[in-house]
Design a binder for this molecule. Sequence first.
Ligand code: ATP
Ligand code: MG
Length: 385
Amino acid sequence: MQKVLGIIGGGQLGMMITESAKNMPEHISKIIVLDPTPNCPAAQAGAEQIIADFKDKNAIMELAEKSDIITYEIESGDSDVLKSVENKAEIDPSPETLQIIQDKFLQKSFLKENKIPIPEFMEISSISDLQEGLKKFGYPAILKARRDAYDGRGNFKIECFEQIQQSFDYFKGQKLMLEKYIPFKMEVSVIASRNTKGQIKTFPLVENIHEENILRQTIVPARISEKVSKKAESIASIAMKVLKGAGVFGIEMFVTNENEILINEIAPRVHNSGHHTLQSSETSQFEQHLRAILGLELGSTKLLHPTIMYNILGSKSFEGKYKPIVLSEPNVYLKMYGKEISKPLRKLGHFNLVAENGETIELLLYKLESLKEKVIVKPISSTNF
Ligand code: ATP
Ligand code: MG
């Protein structure tokens, strides 16, 4: 039976979910997206759009009335409102799962209860809690907003005693937690999926390189031993088993110098570090997400080619319209998100650089250097060189 798919959030993730959904006409008849920006990226890809804030109750109600199944590309949705419309549409991942995940403290507490390895952490409600916590964890430590953080904007790394008050004031009364600083040797992630019937599959481990707290580059497969990769993938599967929700989840982890794996955070949605799957893998993370929430058999997660995904970010030096990015090189797949305005470090697009004929990651990294220059975002007005 064909279903109407509702998506909360129509940015690049909603856009790529929409594109995948359009390739499954036997299962999905229509896609409706809720997003405040007129002609958002998902609408440009062919979704009908309800223009409203993500937290607008009436708009969510309208989306639920019109949809058979609702999913989301952002984790900041109001889980109580979503719960209240569960009688109108199926919601995946479930509002219960979202509620645990969207609060970093609840998420870590849940993982700890289920014996999944994580950095040490504690809840912070006052400056004296923070002083206590720093005595326990030492410096540096990371103070984190429990909710609505992204691209590292909800984190404050406390390096010394003098920064205690400053870090506490920075969050202006938001709910907080403190985490022990992990001097990791690598950041990795697993894109994991669980369908409504409980089937679980993971994509191979990827390596993530951040710049200024924003994901810049994903390398697949991660440059780490088979043993560590398997361990990370199995921790991801266990996390999926206990979390229960249906859909694709992005599970970010640290690999320590002792090759221990610690989960940093889980996103209840398709994830930037899974964009490589569009060309590298038998099934993309977007199709996998749809298969999971529709209760279909999950697709193969086999990696076909080593690949590097590179994010195209807005230049730090301007905000405004930008020159079109063009990249026509063999084995390079450019995807722009249709955002009219560039802002400092805004995610505007990405490309996948795919290996052919046994090319190694080292060779891809070498090729990447010259490609980086071709995707520098420049203002449209400065045409005079
Ligand atoms: P995202 O960038 O995924 O939107 P976010 O803003 O929710 O994430 P986190 O993932 O918690 O933030 O942290 C961002 C980055 O900060 C991590 O990728 C990692 O590089 C660093 N970081 C976070 N927690 C720790 C920690 N306990 N020890 C060391 N580094 C950390
Ligand atoms: Mg993160």
